[in-house]
Design a protein around this ligand. Structure first.
Ligand SMILES: [Mn+2]
Length: 298
């Protein structure tokens, strides 16, 4: 999708195609790629669906704060057409590397494999000063899944393998699903896992405090939001849903409690419009993006 002036209003009416990336507070880039899933596809349709919905949302947060002064530039989608996955990921990494520090890039997947080049690009810039907050039902720490080392279940194995980002700089929040190979990998390794069942008992505020404590040596933060962090009741439109997740209310509270951290970019992945009902999942993702952007304004 090319974004032109004639395109209907998007991003709460804040998108301005005349901006340069360095002039924008936020740059949006769609990554319509869903060939690395282990089960059901459809996430490639998310960027356009969420965009469409974004034109019908006013530039205010759930708390009534205006984000109308936010300058947003939507660059459209980075197409994977004609490229194999490795080539496409190189293209994503190059593009992302050029956006970080200029603006606050907001990447819309796509399946969770697209976070491999995104986080890798950020880690090459900030190294171990970067903390990653991974909101997800899954850890995505598989060595390979169904023969694909770039599967959406392998994201953080690939990211940490590049050695720019240590495993301990990632906080895995909302986890309620484990592959045997992930458990084997984690044996004897310290990983910061905040399981859904534990968060349920401990509460969000305490969990966020614990995450901040764990990442206290990090200076900047990247948020990767897999929409299956939410319970399937709140996000039915996703390829590998896991019961026992969070409500949208709880997600927004998490975002708010994290807002004192200095975020340098984010992604929202695994929204699958063809699997959705009444766009519940796309609406949730759009709202999460608006709430996250409001954090930038402090
Ligand atoms: Mn997931």
């Amino acid at each position: 999708m090319e974004i032109r002036d004639s395109v209907p209003v998007i991003w709460n009416g804040l998108h301005d195609s005349n901006l340069k990336p360095e002039e924008a507070d936020v740059v949006v880039l769609g990554l319509p790629f869903d060939k690395a899933v282990s089960f059901r596809r459809g996430a490639a349709e998310a960027p356009d669906r969420i965009r469409l919905i974004s034109g019908h949302i006013s530039p205010t947060t759930e708390d009534g704060d205006s984000i109308a002064r936010l300058k947003v530039l939507d660059l459209g989608n980075l197409s994977p057409e004609g490229l194999d996955q490795e080539e496409y990921f190189r293209k994503i990494e190059d593009k992302a590397a050029g956006l970080f520090r200029k603006s606050f890039p907001t990447f819309i997947g796509g399946d969770h494999s697209v976070s491999i080049p995104l986080i890798t690009a950020a880690a090459k810039i900030w190294g171990d000063k970067l903390g990653v907050i991974h909101l997800d039902a899954h850890m995505d720490l598989c060595g390979e899944l169904e023969g694909n080392r770039l599967s959406h279940g392998c994201t953080h194995r690939r990211v940490t393998e590049s050695r720019n980002l240590p495993l301990e700089n990632i906080c895995f929040v909302g986890i309620r699903s484990f592959e045997q190979q992930e458990l084997d990998y984690l044996e004897g390794r310290g990983a910061n896992i905040f399981k859904a069942a534990h968060i349920y008992r401990q509460g969000i505020k305490q969990t966020v405090e614990s995450v901040k404590q764990v990442l206290k040596n990090c200076e900047v933060f990247y948020l990767t939001l897999d929409i299956d962090f939410l319970d399937p009741a709140y996000a039915p439109g996703t390829g590998t849903p896991k019961p026992g997740g969070f409500t949208t209310r709880e997600l927004f509270t998490f975002l708010r409690d994290f807002s004192s951290l200095r975020f340098i970019g984010m992604d929202v992945v695994e929204v699958s419009p063809p699997l959705d009902h009444n766009d519940i999942t796309s609406f949730a993702a759009q709202r999460a993006i608006t709430e996250a952007w409001s954090m930038l304004l402090g």
